[in-house]
Ligand binder design. Structure first.
Ligand code: BGC
Length: 701
């Protein structure tokens, strides 16, 4: 095992031979604390990398090795050793999974937990004990530069996906949930003040964080932005009142890097426990403030106890036989990366092309001799953002390579990068079929790094004019054309959507993405992904967004909730995705028509695979409100299940909905309220109302 500082990278003196109970962990933490000087305690609370050389190192190659914080050699306490994510382990050369938005489109809790497990194993095998990559910020607007790092726009879905990643990672190392909270804009992230009242904060922007805390996440990273005037890293309402006191979070809070803390006293009083990744506002400055009596030592003790408890807890965690070089980018993880990409691809449209008699996909290779693959992204190693989430895998399978590997040698592939639209269209005209790969790269969207400037919020939500022209010209020459889109969130397709017979959304599909795209195109795998964010017809249907805003109001509505409120029809609804088979829903039932405010109800439905292929279906449960006394969205997601069905197979699917899941947050009473009345239980394959079956439930006092 690699040595990072002077304490070996495993758990130093914290390792015990047998697992400790929660009480024993607590006692051990208190015992260690009692042996520490004030300086030692304060040393637990910030990064161990020297500021100047650290900044240079980060510029040259961010997180190539773990970033340590709070190592204590005298007491044999290792520091936390930070590795970033979320699309894999950022350190060294690790497995690159599809981005989180793609994994969100898989709606697959078990898969996400397995991805978390693989990340945990690879991180620990390379000397980290802390994964800073559970990003669950809500996608409020698809222009958000870091959209790809989160799972989607819906709080319930985000919570379940984030909790699954936490579960998987924490079999091996600590998981950190970020960026707390309301961090949904990029360029202005260091200065924007998000104005939000208590109800949307509690109902829309926080429940997914609570879900991950309840799952046992060891740490939380604060966001850069301000919330109602106070930086999130100093925000007592967020960090102390809600996270630590109300939710009972027992882990610790780390700052986002560098600008996550602006001032010593405000940060500690606000509830910050560790300044990352350097010692700047903490360290000596913090020591002086305690000595001057400006900060109570009890706050320091509380922070250090939180840190020690998690270190001790995770010193008892793991499966040592699984760690080592052999585990990094091993065959099992490559297969997992491919499976995750296959399951994340969304089939948005699949119609007959020209005079064809059946849908264009899956491509039927019988009778085909020539395929044109078009667009410069077909040959790009395009795995997403190049900011702090950038993973450096040993290889990336491009879409063209994936298609080549999937096809028999008697089918000719012509590749044209599409720079010259005429020539691309000419190639398409002499081929049996055209596959166009179009979309974004890290140049168009990603984490905004001011120096040198890169990434940031998207300038526009459509494909480039060049790509749109190419798609239209190609289709005019050969109607048998499939468009495969690459990007981190919703793309507006209005200029060409009607003309294209087949459209796939492949997101940033990771190092095995090219294979996965080919698996879907040629039918080796039946597509099962569904959109984790609405694809609008127009930017006008989205909430206000200004990437330079210094202040912005967040409310109850965005995404499908906003579009339903305003009766705007989306191009592709939230939760939508096609399959090569068909599913029929019937027989919705509740186990009781009436329940009390502390009760729960079972909601059941039958789903049948009525096609000829085995397929996976994502069944969604929404709750709507009949005559609520307060403003409520038309409906909200309350459950989802992914299940595989063989042709002809019928399954009874069950959800349990508790009354408190139907509550709203009452600002007057400062509490959650379950309102007696009638609720709509809506079940089906997407959020589109016409797709949903309904049963009504009455809640009584
Ligand atoms: C990002 C975090 C990241 C941190 C470490 C920040 O700029 O916002 O997500 O974990 O850097 O690089």
């Amino acid at each position: 095992m690699k040595k990072i500082g002077n304490v070996p990278a495993e758990w130093g003196s914290l390792n015990t031979l047998k697992p400790l109970s929660k009480r024993q962990v607590d006692e051990k933490a208190k015992d260690l604390l009692s042996q520490m000087t004030l300086k030692e305690k304060i040393h637990q609370m910030s990064g161990d990398i020297p500021l100047v050389s650290g900044v240079i190192e980060m510029q040259l190659a961010y997180n190539k090795r773990p970033y340590p914080a709070g190592e204590n050699i005298r007491l044999g306490i290792p520091g936390i050793r930070f590795s970033d994510g979320p699309r894999g382990v950022v350190m060294y050369h690790s497995t690159c999974f599809p981005v989180s938005m793609a994994r969100g489109a898989a709606w697959d809790i078990d898969l996400e937990e397995r991805v978390g497990d693989a990340i945990g194993v690879e991180a620990r095998s390379q000397g980290a004990n802390f994964f800073g990559g559970v990003c669950i910020n809500l996608l409020r607007h698809p222009a958000w530069g870091r959209a790809q790092e989160t799972y989607g726009e819906d709080s319930f879905h985000l919570g379940e996906m984030g909790a699954a990643l936490v579960r998987g990672v924490q079999r091996h190392i600590m998981a950190c949930v970020k960026h707390y909270a309301a961090n949904s804009m990029e360029n202005a992230r260091f200065k924007v003040d998000v104005k939000i009242s208590e109800r949307p904060l509690r109902e829309v922007y926080l429940p997914h964080f609570k879900r991950c805390i309840d799952e046992g996440a060891a740490a939380v990273m604060s966001a850069y932005n301000k919330l109602n005037g106070a930086y999130c890293g100093h925000n007592g309402h967020l960090l102390r009142d809600i996270l630590k006191n109300e939710w009972g979070f027992e882990g610790f809070v780390i700052s986002d890097f560098l600008l996550g803390i602006r001032e010593t006293v405000a940060a500690v009083e606000g509830g910050m426990d560790i300044e990352m990744p350097f010692t700047w506002h903490f360290g000596k400055k913090l020591y002086r403030q305690v000595k001057r009596g400006r900060i109570r030592e009890s706050l320091i003790d509380d922070a250090v106890l939180r840190i020690l408890r998690q270190k001790i807890r995770f010193a008892q965690t793991g499966e040592p036989e699984r760690y080592g070089k052999h585990a990094v980018v091993c065959d099992a993880h490559k297969r997992l990366a491919r499976e995750a990409a296959q399951k994340s691809i969304v089939l948005l449209k699949n119609e007959c092309a020209g005079k064809g008699k059946k849908p264009l996909l899956p491509i039927d290779c019988g009778g085909i001799s020539k395929i044109a693959v078009l667009g410069k992204l077909a040959t790009a190693r395009n795995i997403g953002d190049s900011g702090s989430s950038m993973v450096r895998p040993p290889y990336v399978v491009t879409p063209l390579e994936g298609i080549q590997a999937a096809l028999a040698s008697d089918i000719k592939i012509i590749y044209n990068d599409g720079k010259n639209i005429q020539s691309a269209a000419r190639e398409a005209s002499v081929a049996d079929l055209a596959i166009i790969i179009a979309g974004y790269t890290h140049r168009h969207e990603g984490e905004y790094i001011p120096l040198p400037p890169k990434g940031g919020d998207r300038k526009c939500l459509s494909l480039s004019t060049h790509d749109e022209n190419m798609i239209q010209r190609v289709i005019s020459q050969n109607p048998a054309a499939v468009v495969v889109m690459i990007g981190g969130s919703a793309i507006i397709t209005e200029n060409w959507r009607e003309k294209a017979p087949a459209i796939l959304m492949a997101w940033y599909p990771g190092m095995e993405g090219g294979h996965a795209i080919a698996d879907i195109l040629f039918g080796k795998v039946n597509p099962s992904g569904k959109l984790p964010c609405v694809f609008p017809k127009s930017e006008k249907h989205l909430p206000f967004f200004n990437k330079k805003a210094t202040s912005i109001a967040y409310g109850l509505y965005h995404g499908y909730r906003l579009m339903e409120k305003n009766r705007h029809e989306p191009a592709f609804p939230f939760g939508f995705g096609l399959s090569y088979t068909t599913f029929v829903y019937d027989n919705i039932q509740l186990d009781k028509p009436v329940m009390g405010v502390f009760d729960s109800v079972r909601v059941l439905v039958d789903v049948t695979n009525t096609g000829n292929l085995t397929g996976e279906e994502i069944i969604q449960l929404y709750a709507g409100f009949v005559n609520p006394s307060v403003e409520r969205p038309v409906k909200e997601l309350k459950g989802f299940v992914k299940t595989e069905l063989a042709p002809g197979e019928r399954k009874r699917i069950e959800f349990i909905v508790t009354a408190d899941q139907l509550a709203y947050y009452c600002e007057v009473r400062s509490q959650w309220v379950v309102e007696p009345g009638v609720y709509r239980m809506l079940l089906g394959p997407s959020s589109r109302m016409e797709d949903l079956l309904e049963a009504q439930l009455r809640i009584t006092d």
